[in-house]
Design a protein. Sequence first.
Length: 202
Amino acid sequence: METTHPKKERTFVLLKPDAIQRGLIGEVVHRIERTGLKLIALKIIIATREQAMGHYFKDDAWCEDKGSKTVAALKAAGKRPKKTAIEFGRDIVRALADFITSGPVVVMIWQGNEAIGVVRKLAGGTEPTTSDVGTIRGDLTIDSYRMANVDSRAVRNLIHCSDKPEEAEREIKIWFSKDEQLKYRLLNEEILYDINLDGILE
Ligand code: ADP
């Protein structure tokens, strides 16, 4: 039997510096808010290097996976890669930490049924130029792997969101203290989650 009700799922969301500089905080929050998810915490901060490196703590398998895309892109362009896939992957981690410490970021926790999947669906695929129309990354920006690789930097894709519950809980601990995480009831949760809906008719 499940111990936690599905409506309690939480996801960690970070609006990257490009979202803040492009004036997109309201637009992105609006897209998430109107799904019915509940905002549990929100703040604008300048991330420390420790927070950034802790957040993007990635193992060799992750580095190899991401770095192999760089290797493939170089080969497709007729160039000979000068590093291994893992080394390219580690460069991406450093580039990501540089990126998210380059200016203010907005960090948030959202809660609700399938919170992680719902926000990932809204965010869209990693690369803005190929992510679906209708998604945050697909609609609101234009970066690509190719341009990021040419300039040796992280892809600027506006938003980070957790990809599984253990990651969400690990990330939340990096960015928020317990007393910043609010516990409250939203009136609209009744229509989303109430079982009998017996409080509506007069
Ligand atoms: P997502 O953010 O879609 O979950 P990943 O976890 O795969 O994507 O990667 C984390 C972040 O690293 C991405 O959002 C993007 O900013 C950056 N990134 C991923 N792959 C590359 C790459 N090959 N080159 C540059 N930046 C990358």
